[in-house]
Design a protein around this ligand. Structure first.
Ligand code: UT7
Length: 329
């Protein structure tokens, strides 16, 4: 093992201007603000309304902020990985489109489809290119235009999701900062509890699939709820034990923002005090691959060099996992 670690050296995010509140949703489906807040913690979500804009455009906006903050140009980027389930097209990949739009002419990239675990899967993959010394500046984006795959007549899903993008820059660190460990898991037996039924090679788009709303998110909420708590808490236990760490050694816990009750349930099971648990779901809802980098962005000012941050996620696939890292700036 080399002594190079992949450290996050900058973070940024973007959410579209338009806001969809719980009150707005009351006009669309049979729901109410009290139910949504008490069952999920969500108060509003941001929606990309411009029909000419897509996931890549949100990624680009986030990256522009990041490059400005870090004081580097797009030609210095040598790789871009995008976690997303709502790429602009089925193909080509969104990473390639983003590279072109920002002028990252020396970069190659690809998308990773791991739903709500997409950012963790992308961050882990990217870290290997840094640790081996082959790549110096890698952008890891989590971005989803969930509104493009939501049925706004289905009250069980439309209240949950929002649009957004987050990005981190990974660079080599030899002073102890960066990713310490990652533990990722998958179980395809959970595929049909949270998925988009049509649009892929099994059920290509037809007038019937559109009429049956099979291009929208389908979820069996209760099953996913239980599996999410189990998956995230088990992976946290495992990664902490593997690294001889306890909850007390962790400064902040950032869990994928799908439901406030899930996040607090996981924290409770593992004895994480509430002040260590970072939550911003009330503002954005579930932005799928974007929730974790948006949390890093929103809470960046809290972090000090050397803080240990635990990231955890669970999502469609099923996919899940945890990462521990030392904040590097
Ligand atoms: O990001 C990927 C991972 N995804 C998740 O982690 C999501 C996991 N699941 C959840 O967060 C929760 O299961 C939901 C928020 C989706 C649902 O909450 P729940 O507490 O599990 O509710 P439920 O599905 O058990 O439904 C309870 C009741 C039902 O009525 P009955 O059958 O008791 O009469 C639902 O029909 O609430 C009803 N309901 C609603 N009521 C008002 C479902 N959706 C709504 C709604 N407004 N939007």
């Amino acid at each position: 093992m080399s002594n190079i670690r992949a450290a996050i050296t900058a973070v940024a995010g973007y959410v579209p201007e338009d806001v969809l509140t719980n009150k707005d949703l009351e006009m669309l489906v049979d729901t109410n603000d009290e139910w949504i807040v008490s069952r999920t913690g969500i108060e509003q979500r941001h929606i990309l309304k411009d029909p000419t804009k897509a996931t890549s455009d949100m990624g680009v906006e986030a990256i522009k902020v990041l490059l400005e903050k870090r004081g580097i140009g797009p030609e210095e980027i040598d790789m871009i990985i995008v976690g997303t389930v709502t790429g602009d097209y089925v193909f080509p990949d969104t990473a390639n489109l983003i590279a072109h739009k920002i002028g990252a002419t020396n970069a190659f990239g690809f998308d990773i489809n791991a739903a709500c675990s997409g950012f963790l899967f992308s961050l882990t993959t990217a870290s290997k290119f840094i640790e081996t010394g082959t790549h110096q500046k890698v952008l890891v984006v989590g971005a989803d235009k969930m509104s493009s795959i939501i049925n706004y007549e289905d009250r069980t899903t439309c209240i949950l999701f929002g649009d957004g993008a987050g990005v981190v820059l990974l660079e080599p660190d030899t002073t102890g900062g960066g990713l310490e460990d990652a533990l990722l898991r998958g179980d395809g037996s959970g595929a049909n509890y949270l998925y988009q039924k049509a649009g892929g090679s099994l059920n290509p788009p037809t007038a019937e699939t559109v009429a049956r709303n099979e291009h929208a998110v389908y979820q069996e909420g209760r099953v996913v709820f239980k599996a999410a708590i189990k998956g995230m808490s088990e992976s946290i236990r495992e990664i902490l034990a593997k690294n001889n760490l306890k909850a007390a050694d962790v400064d902040y816990l950032i869990a994928h923002q799908a439901n406030k009750r899930i996040i607090l349930g996981v924290a409770d099971m593992l004895d994480f005090p509430k002040e260590k648990v970072l939550i911003n779901i009330e503002k954005y809802g579930n932005t799928t691959a974007a929730t974790i980098p948006l949390c890093l962005r929103d809470f960046e000012s809290k972090f000090k060099k050397g803080d240990r941050i635990l990231l955890t996620a669970f999502g469609g696939g099923f996919t899940w996992g945890s990462i521990i890292l030392k904040w590097a700036y």
